[in-house]
Design a binder for this molecule. Structure first.
Ligand SMILES: [Zn+2]
Length: 457
C-alpha cells in the first residue's frame, strides 16, 4: 500500500480551519465570507481579455481621484478640454456626471485616438455606457448588473520595486497604487524598500460577465520591510464606517505622511539606484529625495503656510507650521502651487508645489526637512503619533475580526505554499448584516493548526 504524503493530515487540518473561520470573516462588512466546498472557485485570471484585433484600438482607464471632476478625468484619458466638456454635457441627460465619486472607474475605448466607447462605474451595480455614432453623436444608457465578487490572496517578493512585484504576482498595476496608499503613513515604497521585502494581502476582486473588472477594497495586508512586519486591516465600525488600523488598534492615519512625494510606478527600485537618499545630518537640515522634475509635492501634515517664495540657496520653497511645535520645509521646487501663500491653511496630502532644481541644487530633487521645538530632526526616524484609534467599546470586536483575518491569511499562505491553490481564492457571498453570526456564537479559533505556522496575534 502506498504511504500517504506526510503533509496530508496537516492539509486536512488547515482546510478544516479555513472552513470554520471563513463564515465569520469580515462579519461587519457588507459582504460576508462563506467558504464551503461548493463556492470555492479556481483562481481566475486578473488580466482583462485582449480587445478585438482592430488596428489602433486601445482601452484606457482611470480611477476618479478625490476632488476630481468628470471633465478632468476625461482630460487624463486624452480628451481635449472642448471634447471633454461636450461629452460631459451629452452624458448629463442620462446620468448626472457632474457628481462623480473618488475611486470609481472610467474607461474609454479609442480607435486611432478617436473615442468609440465609454464606461463609467456609477456604483457597485450600475454602469453608464456610451457609444459614439458615425455622425459624432453619443448614445448613452445605464446598465445594472451586479459584480461577482471574490476575495483573492496575493503575495509576492520585492526584487526591484513594489510595482514590478505586483506585476510578477500576476496582478494589475492599480493594485500597487492601492497597496501604496494603504501604507503611505508607514512605508515609502519608492525609497524605503529593499530586495527581499515581501507583501501579502487579501483583496476583493470584481468580475463582470466572467471577466475581471477591477479591485474592490484591500481587506488586510502585511508588508515586511527590512525585517519589520507592518500589518494593516480594514475594519467596519458600529457606524458602518470602514477604515484601516494596525492590529493593536492604532489607526494607520498618522500626523505625518511617510514621504511628501507620491508612489510612482517604476520597475526598478527608484531610491536605491538612480537617486540615492542622502543621509540626514543636522547641518544639512533634512533629506534629499530624488524625483523627476514636476513630481507633485504633498504637505506631509495639516498646517499653515509660514513661507512661500524664493531664496538664493533654497530656491523656490515652502515652509509649513504644524501643531505641537512641528514645522516642515520643502526646497528647490520648480513651482509653488497657485494659492499657496503665507497664512493659507493646508491639509495633509494637499499638493503645495512641484519638484525642481532651483537654488543651490545639482539635479531635480526635493529637500525635505522637519523641525521640532526649533531643532531639525531626521524625517526617516520620525515615528509620528496615530490619529483616532479603535474606540475602547469596539476593541473586543475589532480584535476578533483581526485574529480571523490574519488567521485566514496565514491559512491561505500555507495552502498556497503547499500547492493547494485550487482552493484559492474563495468566493464571497453577499448576506444581510443581521444574518451574520452573533458575536456570542462566534466559533473559537481551532487549535489544530500545524505548529510551524506563524499565527499573527
Ligand atoms: Zn538637501
Amino acid at each position: 500500500m502506498q504511504r500517504r504524503k506526510p503533509g496530508g493530515m496537516l492539509q486536512v487540518a488547515v482546510i478544516a480551519g479555513v472552513l470554520i473561520i471563513g463564515g465569520m470573516l469580515i462579519r461587519r462588512a457588507v459582504v460576508s465570507f462563506t467558504i464551503s466546498p461548493e463556492n470555492l472557485l479556481p483562481v481566475q485570471k486578473t488580466t482583462a481579455p485582449r480587445p478585438p484585433a482592430v488596428p489602433g484600438t486601445e482601452i484606457r482607464h482611470v480611477m476618479i481621484q478625490p476632488g476630481e471632476t468628470f471633465v478632468a478625468a476625461l482630460g487624463r484619458l486624452g480628451f481635449s478640454p472642448g471634447k471633454a466638456h461636450s461629452t460631459a454635457m451629452d452624458l448629463s441627460d442620462m446620468h448626472p456626471v457632474e457628481k462623480v465619486h473618488p475611486g470609481r472607474r472610467l474607461s474609454v475605448t479609442f480607435v486611432r485616438e478617436r473615442p468609440l466607447r465609454l464606461e463609467y462605474e456609477i456604483n457597485d451595480a450600475s454602469r453608464l455606457l456610451a457609444q459614439w455614432q458615425k455622425n459624432g453623436r453619443i448614445n448613452a444608457s445605464v446598465h445594472t448588473q451586479p459584480f461577482e465578487t471574490r476575495i483573492a490572496f496575493v503575495r509576492g517578493e520585492i526584487t526591484s520595486s513594489l510595482f514590478a512585484g505586483i506585476l510578477k504576482a500576476g496582478e494589475e498595476a492599480s493594485l500597487a497604487d492601492l497597496l501604496a496608499s494603504l501604507f503611505e503613513y508607514d512605508v515609502d515604497f519608492n525609497r524605503d524598500i529593499r530586495v527581499g521585502d515581501t507583501f501579502q494581502l487579501l483583496v476583493e476582486k470584481r468580475f463582470l460577465r466572467g471577466e475581471f473588472y477591477g479591485y474592490g477594497p484591500i481587506h488586510a495586508a502585511v508588508v515586511t520591510n527590512r525585517g519589520r512586519a507592518v500589518r494593516v486591516v480594514r475594519y467596519t465600525d458600529a457606524n458602518e464606517r470602514s477604515t484601516f488600523f494596525h492590529p493593536d488598534g492604532r489607526s494607520v492615519r498618522k500626523m505625518f505622511l511617510r514621504c511628501p512625494l507620491p508612489f510612482m510606478r517604476v520597475t526598478s527600485g527608484y531610491g536605491n539606484r538612480r537617486h540615492p537618499v542622502l543621509g540626514f545630518s543636522a547641518r544639512h537640515n533634512g533629506i534629499d529625495l530624488g524625483a523627476p522634475r514636476g513630481t507633485p509635492v504633498k504637505a506631509t501634515a495639516t498646517g499653515v503656510v509660514t513661507h512661500a517664495g524664493s531664496h538664493r540657496t533654497k530656491g523656490r520653497y515652502v515652509q509649513l507650521r504644524h501643531p505641537n511645535s512641528y514645522a516642515t520645509h520643502y526646497y528647490h521646487l520648480s513651482g509653488i502651487r497657485r494659492g499657496i501663500q503665507r497664512g493659507r491653511r493646508v491639509t495633509q496630502g494637499e499638493v503645495i508645489g512641484y519638484v525642481g532644481n532651483t537654488g543651490l541644487s545639482t539635479g531635480p530633487h526635493l529637500h525635505y526637512g522637519i523641525r521640532h521645538n526649533n531643532r531639525f530632526i531626521n524625517p526617516m526616524r520620525l515615528r509620528p503619533p496615530s490619529k483616532n484609534p479603535v474606540p475602547p467599546a469596539e476593541m473586543v470586536s475589532f480584535q476578533r475580526h483581526c485574529n480571523q483575518v490574519f488567521f485566514s491569511m496565514t491559512a491561505f499562505s500555507w495552502l498556497q505554499a503547499n500547492k493547494v491553490d485550487h482552493w484559492i481564492p474563495a468566493s464571497f457571498e453577499t448576506v444581510a448584516d443581521d444574518a451574520a453570526t452573533p458575536l456570542s456564537e462566534a466559533p473559537s479559533i481551532p487549535l489544530s493548526f500545524p505548529e510551524d505556522l506563524e499565527i499573527h496575534p
